[in-house]
Design a protein around this ligand. Structure first.
Ligand code: THU
Length: 160
């Protein structure tokens, strides 16, 4: 028997104001778009802004449904939109921010497991890492240099 240890690394910014101007703009777009979330059930609003290598920014917010599993997270709304509209562009960065109508969200909110798997597909396809920045409504911003830090033992098409 042997053990395998997998280490993942994140950078932590004390607040979004520590980000470079471009990233602060991307995060502010995630904050703006989260206001348009359709979240009547959870009251939890998530926004995602994606920067592409063609200079475009693609946005998404979570979209809920009375049949709960039929809703979709902000990250997947955004990344599927990027894949649908700009299939040949690379995704450089994703900024994510979350808030709640019911309580303060001060901790950085990472993408859920399903979103990690969806993001991994695009990182794998484009063969270059995607930087991921995530925060709550205020406070610290976590940065991952690649989706791999969030999903270290990922399933990909090589297993098929
Ligand atoms: N949500 C996201 O949009 N992204 C995540 O990564 C976590 C969860 C949404 C889904 C649902 O509309 C609400 O937040 C509560 O789970």
């Amino acid at each position: 028997m042997k053990q395998i240890n997998i280490t993942t690394t994140f950078s932590v910014f004390d607040s979004k104001e520590e980000l470079t101007a471009d990233l602060l703009d991307l995060m502010n777009q995630a904050i703006e778009i989260r206001k348009k979330a359709y979240a009547p059930y959870s009251k939890f609003r998530v926004g995602c802004a994606i920067a592409l290598d063609n200079g475009k920014i693609v946005l998404g917010s979570n979209q809920e449904n009375a049949a709960y599993p039929s809703g979709l997270c902000a990250e997947r709304v955004a990344i599927f939109q990027a894949g649908a509209i700009y299939p040949d562009s690379k995704i450089l960065k994703m900024a994510i921010s979350a808030t709640s109508d019911e309580k303060p969200v001060l901790a950085p909110i990472p993408p859920c497991g399903g979103c990690r798997q969806s993001i991994s597909e695009y990182e794998f396809k484009q063969e270059t890492p995607i930087e991921i920045y995530f925060m709550g409504e205020s406070g610290e911003v976590y940065k991952s240099d690649s989706l791999k830090n969030l999903l270290p033992f990922m399933f990909d098409k090589n297993y098929l």
